[in-house]
Structures are given as structure tokens and as C-alpha cells.
Design a protein around this ligand. Structure first.
Ligand SMILES: Nc1ncnc2c1ncn2[C@@H]1O[C@H](COP(=O)(O)OP(=O)(O)OP(=O)(O)O)[C@@H](O)[C@H]1O
Length: 409
């Protein structure tokens, strides 16, 4: 550390008793001048020191913030079991280890048995967390009786057939598999571009088999606290077991099942742990009864091979964008409740909608209806579809980055 230069010497006033009054006066004046100079110099030093102090204060604040971030990124989850005179008994999630610990002073009076808390490496309670059921409810979408049916899905008949075979038959006709002596597929992975009907397929199969549909987005499984993602995976499978027959649908599975990277950050390690939990739940799946597992991804190329092994997601079904006949079917489905004029030829329109996904076709139909309403009509004409097409294309041009979107499977 560099030492700051020493302070200027304090000026001394030497008055000789022999001096005349005039000489004394001159000496005092000179002394006064020197005092002024030193004063100016000290003023300048003080202002430099104040600036430096401000800089250092900012640096300290930054370090404090970094320290806080570091602390929170390595927190573990636990549940408060008991508040005793000797301390707080907590049970760590994941390993169920019971520990006698203490809480940060600001939390002391707030804690109650049953609270979900975040603890640091030394088991000290750092944060009081939301109720677990809240966090579960946020992460999962549960639909006891979905209303989507196979008739609502257009252009992917072959995929519907495959899904029925892999998911529906084992639920409705398990004896068939026993008689033939084969295991039904463990998990079905739907892959393909966004908006092609993957979620619809999962909902429709749940509807058809009177199963509860339980959806979890892979991104929801990527959690802040260590152990939280794997806990959610366990909860997901437990809940499906309680509600059987049930169809578990994990959307965006790539968020937790991407290929391993070289990066060693704790976030990646936590995602790995969540994936391992998912794999172990799937491996122990035989005893789970009437629960079927489906997952979807737009990024098949990113998936870790481990999840595709036999006994895991071992039935892969590609759900592509629809061909012209498929687009025509989807147009018909999404205009079923509309009053469409006789001049609208869906075959012709479908040809025009090259590269459109089912979701985009659904949006186009709604937009055409909006044009009719704007014109004060209830009947939707070909011109409305053309206007809607133009609007969608214009919006597309403004938002897309040049170059076609490619999906690698
Ligand atoms: N094949 C289809 N037939 C009829 N409608 C479809 C079809 N595909 C998509 N849609 C429409 O698009 C909406 C979104 O579709 P869905 O959520 O099933 O797509 P997804 O493939 O799961 O998309 P993502 O990968 O973005 O989750 C549906 O609610 C439906 O209105």
C-alpha cells in the first residue's frame, strides 16, 4: 500500500527580542503568509482525500453486494422443525439431516415450526422463504379434466396415432402389453418447432384417458436454491402418483436436460442434480402405476443422451410444422365457430401460408375475425384473411432477424 505524502510542517514564528517593531511586524506578516499557503495546501489535500474516500466507499458497497450474491448462490433448503431454548432444529432437504442451528438476528422473532428456510454452508438460517405449496403451485399446472380432444388437432394425424399407441394404450389396455410380454414405452418425447401442437397432444391424451394433466415447464425446475429443483421433480412424481391416472408433461425439457458443458458454475451443477433426480424418478417408474410421462422440446439437438436411454424417454416423436393439407385442416378447426363466407377457399389459403405453424394459423384466423368486426360484419371474408396475412407478415418482417429460423433435430 502506498503511503500518502507527509503533511506540510507547521510554520513557526520566531521573534527575536532584539527585533525592532518594524522587523517584528514584517516577521508576523511573513508568518501569516506562510500559514495561508499551508492552509491552502491542506484544503487541497482534504478535498483529494474526500474524493478518494468516496471512491473507496463505492468499492466497499460493490464488494458487499458481491459478497451477498456469493452467499445466496450457495444456500441450501431446509424446514424448521422446532424452536428450542438451545437453538432452532432444522431438517435439510435432500439428505433429511437434522441440525441444531441458529438464525440471522433479523429472522429470530419471525420463525415458526414448518417454515421453509434457506441455510448457508454452516447451516445458519439466512432467509425465510415462501410457503412450499405456493412455490409448487406456481411451478405446476394441474388440469383434472382437460378439454382438448384429438379432433382439435390438425395436420399431425400420424403423431396422434403414435402418441395414442405409446401413452393411451398402456393406460386403457395394459393387459395387452402383458399378454404380448413387452414393456410399454417409459416416456414419450415430442420434439419440433414451437406452436405445432405438442402441448395439445399431451392434453388430448390426458382427456381421452380421463387422466389428470400435470404440466411443469423445464425452466421452472431451474431454481435458485440447491436441492429445490430436485425436490420439485420429486413432488411432481408424487403428485402424479396421488392423482393417477395422470399424464405428466414436462415442457422445455432442454432447460434441465441439456448436454453437459465444461462450465463448472454452481448453477450448472444444480441443473445436473435436477436432471439426475428426473432420471432416477423415471428409472423407478415401473412401480408408479397409471402415470405416463411426456416431455417436449424445441431443441432436440441440445439434449443429453442420458435422458434418451431405454426406460427413459425411449419413444421419440417428431412434431413438424404442418404440410399444406395439414394447414387446411388447422384452418378448418380454428374457424369452426366462425361464420366464414363462401368465397373463402381454405385449400388455396393453406398454400399461401407456407412455413406457418399451427399456433400461427390459429392467430391468423383470430386476426381475420378482428378485421370483420372492425368492418361491422359477423361474416368473415377472403379479404379479411388476406388483410390478416398482410398484417402478420408485416409484423414478422419487423421482428425477425434476417435469415431463416432453423431447428436442428
Ligand atoms: N396441429 C395443430 N392443430 C390445431 N391447432 C394447433 C396445432 N398446433 C398448434 N395449434 C394452436 O396453437 C396453440 C399452441 O399450440 P401448442 O401449445 O400445443 O404448441 P407447442 O408445440 O406445445 O408449442 P411450444 O413448443 O411453444 O410449447 C394451440 O392452443 C392451438 O390453438
Amino acid at each position: 500500500m502506498s503511503r500518502s505524502p507527509s503533511l506540510p510542517d507547521r510554520p513557526r514564528l520566531d521573534l527575536d527580542p532584539e527585533m525592532s517593531d518594524a522587523e517584528r511586524l514584517a516577521a508576523i506578516r511573513q508568518h501569516y503568509e506562510r500559514l495561508l499557503t499551508v492552509n491552502d495546501e491542506l484544503d487541497e489535500r482534504l478535498s483529494t482525500a474526500t474524493d478518494r474516500q468516496e471512491e473507496l466507499r463505492e468499492e466497499v458497497e460493490q464488494l458487499k453486494r458481491r459478497n451477498e450474491t456469493l452467499k445466496t448462490s450457495s444456500l441450501y433448503l431446509a424446514t424448521v422443525e422446532e424452536l428450542t431454548d438451545d437453538g432452532i432444529v432444522i431438517k435439510q432437504h435432500g439428505n433429511n439431516q437434522e441440525v441444531l442451528t441458529e438464525a440471522s438476528p433479523h429472522l429470530d422473532s419471525e420463525l415458526e415450526a414448518g417454515d421453509r428456510v434457506a441455510i448457508n454452508d454452516s447451516f445458519a438460517i439466512q432467509q425465510l422463504l415462501d410457503d412450499e405449496t405456493d412455490s409448487r403451485a406456481q411451478a405446476m399446472e394441474i388440469d383434472a379434466s382437460p378439454t382438448v380432444s384429438y379432433e382439435d388437432i390438425g395436420g399431425i394425424d400420424e403423431q396422434v396415432r403414435e402418441v395414442r399407441e405409446a401413452v393411451e394404450d398402456p393406460l386403457t389396455n395394459p393387459e395387452m402389453f402383458e399378454k404380448v410380454g413387452i414393456q410399454p414405452p417409459s416416456g414419450v418425447l415430442l420434439y419440433g418447432p414451437p406452436g405445432t401442437g405438442k402441448t395439445m397432444l399431451a392434453k388430448a391424451v390426458a382427456n381421452e384417458t380421463d387422466a389428470t394433466f400435470i404440466k411443469m415447464a423445464g425452466s421452472e425446475l431451474v431454481r435458485k436454491f440447491i436441492g429445490e429443483g430436485s425436490r420439485l421433480v420429486r413432488d411432481l412424481f408424487d403428485l402424479a402418483g396421488e392423482r393417477e391416472p395422470a399424464v405428466i408433461f414436462i415442457d422445455e425439457i432442454d432447460a434441465v436436460a441439456a448436454k453437459r458443458t465444461d462450465s463448472k458454475t454452481s448453477g450448472d451443477a444444480e441443473v445436473q442434480r435436477t436432471m439426475m433426480q428426473l432420471l432416477s424418478e423415471m428409472d423407478g417408474f415401473d412401480d408408479r402405476g397409471d402415470v405416463r410421462i411426456m416431455a417436449a422440446t424445441n431443441r432436440f439437438d441440445m439434449l443429453d443422451e442420458a435422458i434418451l436411454r431405454p426406460g427413459r424417454f425411449d419413444r421419440l416423436i417428431e412434431v413438424p410444422k404442418p404440410a399444406p393439407e395439414g394447414r387446411e385442416k388447422i384452418l378448418e378447426i380454428h374457424t369452426r365457430d366462425m361464420n366464414v363466407a363462401s368465397d373463402v377457399d381454405f385449400g388455396d389459403l393453406a398454400e399461401q401460408l407456407e412455413d406457418y405453424s399451427g399456433a400461427e394459423i390459429a392467430a391468423l384466423a383470430t386476426e381475420a375475425g378482428m378485421f370483420a368486426i372492425r368492418d361491422g360484419r359477423t361474416e368473415v371474408r377472403r379479404q379479411d384473411f388476406d388483410d390478416a396475412y398482410e398484417k402478420v407478415e408485416d409484423a414478422e418482417e419487423q421482428t425477425t432477424i434476417p435469415g431463416p429460423t432453423t431447428y436442428q433435430y
